[in-house]
Design a binder for this molecule. Structure first.
Ligand SMILES: NC(=O)c1ccc[n+]([C@@H]2O[C@H](COP(=O)([O-])OP(=O)(O)OC[C@H]3O[C@@H](n4cnc5c(N)ncnc54)[C@H](OP(=O)(O)O)[C@@H]3O)[C@@H](O)[C@H]2O)c1
Length: 340
């Protein structure tokens, strides 16, 4: 079986390597073995290779196979597993170690893919749509019945576009921040009714104040963080909420730099790793949403490029490239991955 591994933390372009070894894992009770065809390179996968964010589960390489999501075909199932059965096309999440040709997951982490959903779309069907649901819930709580305004950073990201599409559908007043004029152009083409502001403009803070009607944002959805955090807190209306769900940026803001007390601000974090704590009924509802989104809006689950597992370093370079649109996939040719 081929897999991508790392034995130390560090720059993914340096520490990741392809490993080939005979055999494949076996599913135990309640588990399925999935022969994967495609898995995304998410920003979070790269952060985990680099060393992880504070508070994440221990990610020390032993060696470790990265990856959390993918799609493929069920190869075999534990004796007690009724569904999904071998031969079924599935998307898997959480699937730690998905950057390999095979992964074993609990049967309930393998979600059947409808025939009309293509492999590439299926590979992106779970993490970002489920993140969208969690962000939407956090925004609703922050807005407490109001329709905005909400500001989001890295609006042209794969998650940011899902947020913008949902805002359009739900009549949420959203202001999109991007870091480049090229990114703004792409975003305006996709969502012409929504304001898009470029943070490299000298007066971008003033532009946001105008776009939020002078009142400030009730919520900011942020995946950039770092030194931008202080500016973002300044864009909030009194009593507003900063929802942090990623850290693409550099630099740092200390808590003491933020006017939390005097302006009654709230900071909260959102992570998909808390999704598994939802009740089985809630998870089934969320998965139905994700499958429906993949069926009806595949353009929102855009693929930037596909690379074979062996080309993981090129895939990582592409995933980090400024101006990239969509998510990079690591693929395996159909029918490969058997015992060598
Ligand atoms: N909390 C969770 O559970 C969870 C789940 C999923 C994703 N996320 C987070 O959500 C964020 C977006 O993920 P994604 O997969 O949608 O990303 P993506 O498709 O790879 O897009 C990355 C985007 O971020 C922008 N960007 C990169 N570095 C930036 C910086 N320093 N300042 C401003 N913008 C920057 C890029 O802009 P350009 O176009 O200008 O290059 C691009 O639009 C990531 O932080 C990821 O970790 C969190």
């Amino acid at each position: 079986m081929r897999s991508v591994v790392h034995t130390r933390r560090g720059d993914p372009a340096e520490v990741l390597e392809l490993r080939e070894e005979p055999g494949r894992p076996r599913p135990g009770a309640g588990e399925v073995l999935v022969r994967l065809r495609a898995r995304p390179v998410h920003p979070g996968d790269l952060v985990a290779v680099e060393g992880g964010l504070p508070g994440l589960p221990d990610q020390r390489p032993k060696p470790r196979i990265p990856g959390v999501e993918g799609m493929g075909v069920v190869e075999s199932a534990g004796a007690d597993v009724r569904t999904p059965r071998p031969g079924r096309r599935v998307a898997v999440f959480p699937a730690p170690g998905a950057w390999a040709e095979y992964v074993v997951v609990p049967a309930e982490h393998a979600v059947p893919v409808p025939d009309e959903v293509g492999d590439d779309t299926a590979a992106l069907m779970l993490v970002n749509p489920l993140t969208l649901i969690m962000l939407h819930r956090a925004v609703e709580q922050a807005l407490d019945g109001h329709d905005g305004p909400v500001v989001q950073t890295a609006a042209g990201s794969s998650v940011g576009r899902l947020v913008a599409a949902r805002a359009e559908r739900h009549g949420l007043r959203l202001v999109n921040l991007v870091r480049s004029t090229a990114g703004a152009r792409r975003m305006r083409e996709l969502f012409p009714a929504q304001p898009v502001i470029v943070t490299s403009d000298a007066d971008w803070r003033e532009q946001v104040r105008r776009a939020t009607g002078g009142e400030g944002a009730r919520a900011v959805l942020d995946c950039v963080g770092g030194s931008l955090t202080e500016d973002l807190a300044g864009l909030l209306a009194d009593g507003g909420t900063l929802i942090s769900y990623g850290r693409l940026g550099s630099g740092a803001t200390t808590l003491d730099d933020l006017p939390l007390v005097n302006r009654g601000l709230t900071i909260r974090g959102v992570t998909i790793w808390h999704w598994t704590e939802r009740t089985p009924e809630q998870r089934a509802e969320d998965l139905a949403f994700a499958v429906d989104l993949a069926r009806t809006s595949p353009e929102l689950l855009e693929v930037a490029a596909r690379y074979d597992l062996a080309d993981v370093k090129a895939a990582v370079e592409h995933a980090r490239r400024p101006g990239k649109s969509g998510t990079v996939l690591l693929t395996s040719p159909p029918g490969t991955g058997g015992v060598r």
